[in-house]
Ligand binder design. Structure first.
Ligand SMILES: [Zn+2]
Length: 318
């Protein structure tokens, strides 16, 4: 998409060319204007627009992928991470590629043509289904997963990442590291836990991303066992990516009392067959005084964390 500056520059050039042609004052001026017009056209066609990102702050955006998760996290140093890439549940037997049609389109519209890291929280179709297209389109350098021995649908994605020369790392409870000016801390799965179980939600990668005094807790599809690990370590986080699309198996009163979020976002599809988000979860959030946003009602929801406060930005309100 050409920026407003580009459009204005082309219009100004066109006006100048018409003016020069009308007055016939100078053929040279007309020639120069036409050359400039071609230059601007080339600029629009070939120079990539700058990503629409805010410098020095951390952004967390829940992209509207219907029933599923795809979270864009941009660090203050401008590193772009995508946590999950949406996807259709297998029983839907759909060829629609959310990774290509929804997630890639969203990122391109934001002027993002390269991701640094992609993360798969757990191997469920509504989280990893769109990932092959995203990896092919955005050439990330790293893939973070939570499973030691990838099986099922995760295996071919790890193979795709390895053949693309990406670093594949397995993150576990207790891992802490800095990346792009953001501090990451992993809470689940447990270090001693045997991953690759029949209950992928219990293998879910749960972590916080922190800039100064502002933290986002990303719970993926965590259920009780994973949430218990979080509660035991009592992190505080102003922003919560609500667990498992607002299923009643997560977002316990204990978790809310420990973490003290002020804002939350639920990534959930409209009229989904699972009854997400559950009424009791919405009530728990409300009781805890958490201002809660939903992708089914508001579309993509962004939050900007500047080290002191969190500012929500809802796409549909623009
Ligand atoms: Zn899910």
């Amino acid at each position: 998409m050409p920026s407003l500056a580009m459009i204005l520059a082309s219009l100004a050039t066109l006006a100048l060319a018409m003016l020069a042609a009308q007055t016939r004052r100078s053929r040279l001026a007309a020639f120069a204007s036409v050359a400039l017009l071609f230059g601007v056209a080339g600029w629009i066609a070939f120079v990539p627009s700058r990503p629409h990102l805010r410098a020095g702050v951390m952004e967390m955006t829940a992209i509207d992928v219907g029933q599923g998760d795809s979270i864009l996290l941009v660090t203050p140093a401008g590193r772009a991470l995508l946590i999950d890439a949406g996807g259709m549940a297998q029983w839907m037997h759909s060829d629609f590629d959310i990774g290509e049609q929804v997630v890639s389109s969203y990122l391109w519209n934001r002027g993002i043509d390269r991701l640094d890291v992609v993360v798969i929280t757990h191997p469920h179709a509504d989280h990893l289904g769109g990932m092959p297209a995203v990896i092919a389109n955005f050439h990330p350098r790293e893939l973070w997963i939570s499973i030691d021995k990838p099986v099922g649908e995760l295996a071919p994605i790890v193979a795709q990442a390895q053949s693309a020369g990406m670093i594949v790392s397995v993150e576990k409870d207790g891992d802490t590291f800095d990346y792009g000016g953001t501090h990451f801390r992993v809470f689940a799965p447990g270090r001693d836990q045997i991953t690759g179980s029949m209950r992928p939600n219990d293998d879910c990668l749960v972590f916080t991303a922190t800039l100064g005094g502002t933290t986002a807790l990303l719970e993926g599809d965590a259920e009780r066992p994973a949430e218990r690990r979080v509660v035991e370590e009592h992190p505080e986080a102003m922003l919560l990516k609500v667990a498992h699309h607002g299923s009643a198996s997560g977002t316990s009163a204990d978790l809310l009392a420990t973490v003290h979020p002020r804002f939350a976002v639920i990534s959930v599809g409209a009229r989904n067959v699972y009854g997400h988000p559950r009424r009791e979860v919405l009530e728990r959030l409300q009781k805890a005084g958490v201002k809660t946003y939903r992708t089914d009602a508001e579309g993509a929801v962004s939050f900007y964390l500047d080290g002191k406060s969190v500012t929500p930005d809802v796409a549909l309100l623009h």
